[in-house]
Design a protein around this ligand. Structure first.
Ligand code: ARG
Length: 469
């Protein structure tokens, strides 16, 4: 029997106040609350509750009238939230209890029946999955937009030559189109990982209740169907406790932001005065408060910088999970901020790149100058010798000597005379000069993964068909 004299107002407010004789410490209330950050799942919480209520009516736990008043009142609560009229209360801990207590305040008795056969443990697991599923859709759409932007610029600069680097030293001639398509490929794999992750996100935990399941004959398939889940979970202990799907999303996000960070690094280098390969649009850059000449590539720098927090969030979630015994522990409330932070920063980064990429201008004159410096066609010369019967290792040695000679004379390879070449190898003839030209070098890479403009154009076409399919 509860004794009203020993109950404090604060514990009376709580849906779980019954067994408590003391009100919650004011700071503990604040410390344990999640409503400041989990309220962003309000739509999913309401959607889940409405599906649960309809199912309770289907199995006769609620009357049709009770179900109707719950569903209608939840729609109204959603409106109150969206119009900024909803008073979120920290003493009600989280989004779930805030909405439920508003429901009870609005409709009384039927509202109190909604939580039948359910716990906040399976409720929160469901909400996160629904929320993440929606965000995955947004992220994938932005990734597709970014891929389209890359295809546009790859096509525009399909014929533009640039130096390809290894060790950031000039290596061979490539095309800008080819370089852009490398970015495209990275994103294609990221989208594959995201699609794969979505399969494991889109599983419904409801029916698990707190941890053991529930005696009510819930029609889980009916709820899953209403909520668009692909399948239902098989083990209640697992379903309420594991956050591996969020970890998997953060792994996808880490690989993606690693890719974006590599792209950023290239853009920052290319925009520098040392390279001058590209001009970034002014509206994506900022200036300096002291140095009037500055135009800083803030967007790529910031995206590169965000990789730190995205990797960190993955570590947070892994560490959060690693020592948890079955089933739900309050630790899991800590899953949301790293997950939400990851979603927000990934969405922002991909969005800003999708917006910016079409406006990057490549400086074709500087690229041509750069590709003609640094002996980018040396390997082509070795391949030329191989075609004349010289073994590759010997050809490598011969070309090494030619490069040495060019360095000593302060020349590029096409500037050495035929006589000089023939003094190094009698296999070199007049036709060598076409091989030493950068354009011919790029065009010769006709292999299906290669840099020749015609190949790259075919890759762009195939890619376009694939992403629009
Ligand atoms: N706010 C909690 C969370 O985010 C909801 C689940 C709470 N369950 C519990 N038994 N205290 O995880």
């Amino acid at each position: 029997m509860s004794n009203n004299n020993t109950k404090h107002p604060s514990s009376e407010n709580k849906p779980w106040g019954g067994r408590f004789t003391e009100s919650t410490d004011a700071f503990v209330e604040e410390f344990t609350a999640s409503v400041t950050f989990d309220q962003r799942m309000y739509a999913q919480d309401i959607q889940g509750s409405q599906a649960h209520a309809r199912m309770l009516a289907k199995i006769d736990v609620l009357t049709d009238d009770e179900c109707h008043s719950i569903v209608t009142a939840l729609d109204e609560i959603k409106q109150e939230i969206e119009q900024g009229e909803f008073a979120w209360r920290v003493d009600l801990e989280d989004v779930h209890m805030n909405i439920e207590s508003r429901l009870v305040a609005k409709i009384g008795e039927p509202g109190k029946k909604l939580h039948t056969g359910r716990s906040r443990n399976d409720q929160v697991a469901t909400d996160i999955r629904l929320y993440l599923r929606e965000q995955i859709g947004f992220i994938d759409a932005e990734l597709q937009r970014m891929q389209c932007a890359i295809l546009g610029i790859a096509e525009k600069y399909a014929d533009t030559l640039m130096p390809g680097f290894t060790h950031l030293q000039v290596a061979q001639v490539i095309t800008v189109g080819h370089h852009m398509m490398a970015w495209f490929e990275m994103l294609a794999r990221d989208r594959g990982r995201l699609a794969d992750c979505r399969k494991r996100v889109n599983i419904m935990p409801l029916g698990s209740a707190a941890l053991a399941g529930t005696p009510f004959p819930l029609d889980r398939e009916y709820v899953a169907d209403q909520l668009g889940f692909d399948a239902i979970s098989h083990n209640s202990l697992d379903a309420v406790s594991d956050r591996d799907f969020a970890i998997e999303f953060c792994s996808f996000a880490s690989v993606l932001i690693m890719h974006l960070s590599r792209m950023s690094e290239e853009l920052v280098l290319w925009a520098s005065q040392q390279f001058e390969f590209i001009e970034l649009p002014d509206r994506f850059c900022t200036g300096s408060s002291i140095m009037p000449q500055k135009k800083n590539p803030d967007v790529p720098e910031l995206v590169r910088g965000k990789s730190g927090r995205v990797f960190g969030n993955l570590m947070s979630l892994l560490t959060l999970m690693k020592s948890q015994v079955l089933a739900y522990n309050k630790d899991n409330q800590e899953d949301k901020e790293p997950l939400f932070d990851t979603i927000d920063n990934i969405l922002g980064s991909v969005r800003v790149y999708a917006d910016m990429i079409p406006h990057i201008v490549f400086n074709e004159d500087n690229l041509a100058r750069a590709v003609n410096k640094g002996y980018a066609t040396a390997t082509d010369l070795a391949d030329y010798l191989v075609a004349r019967g010289v073994a590759f290792r010997d050809a490598h040695e011969i070309v090494g000597r030619a490069v040495r000679l060019a360095i000593d004379e302060g020349k590029e390879l096409p500037q050495l005379s035929l006589q000089q070449y023939q003094s190094i190898s009698s296999n070199i003839g007049e036709d060598v000069y076409s091989v030493l030209q950068t354009r011919g070098s790029a065009e010769s890479k006709q292999v299906t993964v290669g840099t020749s403009p015609s190949q790259v154009r075919m890759q762009i076409k195939a890619a376009r068909n694939k992403i629009n399919a």
